[in-house]
Design a protein around this ligand. Structure first.
Ligand code: PEP
Ligand code: MN
Length: 371
């Protein structure tokens, strides 16, 4: 005789069976959707097709005999569609070249001396004035920096200023000065490129090309940077998400240049006491998500020199591969960024402070969960 207890067990067994059936169907569906994604990739069409989604929901509505309402059915299926999209996105991300694939996956950029590297265990300090202003200014600065072991000098000749009436840089004359000074002290020059028409001329002077924040999404320039033999420093855009930043790097790497160095330079927020907000969490995420070296710009993120030392300490402790800081022999008279450039004595104090911060090699990546 069937008791209520037996009946309950029987019904529960039926539900369990249906659950497994639904599970099987869901995974079967996911596999077919993934195949659709592959065909769409061949056809060059986008995976997300809102019309197709609307059509499927309409069909479900027409066939729905209850007891679930149409709204409930649509909500449930939208979740299923979303899950398929997420699966597809994960697969697409796995194909991204700059994405870190294994815990040891790391790009080490080696400069022409075969010794100076960015992205190995050493914390590189990239520094120099905001802009090249004169031979004397570069010579005084580089002499002091070389004494502290700096190998990579800012030789900025084109300045992307907010106002067209502000100092725009010395142009090729500035590059000549930077090269001369760098040669004198055995240093490498990095300099910002504004347009791909400058590649040939600049190649005579620079060891590392530099794409500034305002050009981070200039895909034509990024693709052209994929064709140069020098490494490329890429700065994060003023309001770029980390994903947009990563895709900008992908443009360069997928165009043929694997030697890309990322610089976090602060992002625009509501805060006014610093020029930008240094996204140190972003640095940690970039270290996890990509295999590229990550440098922290403590000058443009702060816009002030009085917090340079704490920011430098944070940068080193974060597991970044180095920092970038602006140094000028006489900041108050600098032609640009006068408020944030360090004096030479201030720079020396900063280097002393950095010496006190001990890091384990690749600290950031070692802490990676399930890396
Ligand atoms: C710079 O570092 O010289 C510079 C102009 O910074 P950003 O592109 O980050 O504004
Ligand atoms: Mn500057």
């Amino acid at each position: 005789m069937s008791t209520p207890e037996n009946r309950l067990q029987e019904l529960r067994a039926q539900v369990d069976e249906i659950n497994l059936h639904i599970l099987d169907l869901l995974n079967q569906r996911a596999r077919i959707v993934s195949d659709i994604g592959k065909v769409q990739a061949q056809l060059g069409t986008s995976f997300y097709d809102p019309q197709r989604e609307a059509f499927m929901l309409q069909m479900l509505e027409q066939h729905n005999q209850g007891p679930f309402s149409n709204e409930t059915i649509k909500a449930l299926f939208r979740e299923i569609f979303r899950a398929s999209m997420a699966l597809e996105e994960r697969e697409a991300r796995a194909k991204i070249l700059v994405q870190r694939k294994t815990p040891d996956d790391r790009t080490v950029v080696t400069l022409p001396d075969g010794k100076t590297q960015i992205g190995n265990s050493l914390f590189q300090v990239i520094t120099g004035p905001c802009a090249v202003e004169s031979y004397e200014q570069m010579d005084i600065t580089a002499a002091a920096l070389a004494q502290r072991g700096v190998k990579i000098l800012r030789g900025m000749a084109y300045k992307p200023r907010t106002s067209p009436y502000d100092f725009q840089g010395l142009g090729e004359e500035g590059l000549k000065i930077a090269r001369q000074v760098a040669n004198k002290y055995g240093m490498f020059i990095t300099s910002e490129i504004m347009d791909k028409s400058q590649i040939e001329m600049m190649s005579d002077y620079v060891d590392i090309f530099w794409v500034g924040a305002r050009n981070m999404q200039n895909s034509f320039l990024l693709k052209a940077m994929g064709k140069v033999k020098q490494p490329v420093i890429l700065k994060r855009g003023l309001s770029a998400t980390l994903e947009e930043f990563m895709y900008a790097a992908e443009y360069i790497v997928s165009s043929g240049n694997p030697n890309v160095i990322l610089i976090e330079r602060g992002i625009r927020t509501f805060e006014r006491w610093t020029r930008n907000t240094l996204d140190i969490g972003g640095v940690a995420v970039l270290k996890l998500e990509t295999h590229l070296p990550v440098i922290v710009d403590i000058s443009h993120s702060a816009g002030r020199r009085d917090i340079a030392i704490p920011l430098a300490r944070v940068a080193k402790a974060s597991g970044a591969d180095g920092l970038m800081v602006e140094v000028h022999p006489n900041p108050p008279v600098a032609m640009s960024d006068a408020k944030q450039q360090l004096t030479i004595p201030e720079f020396n104090l900063l280097m002393d402070a950095l010496d006190e911060v001990e890091i384990k090699p690749h600290a950031a990546r070692e802490t990676a969960n399930g890396a």
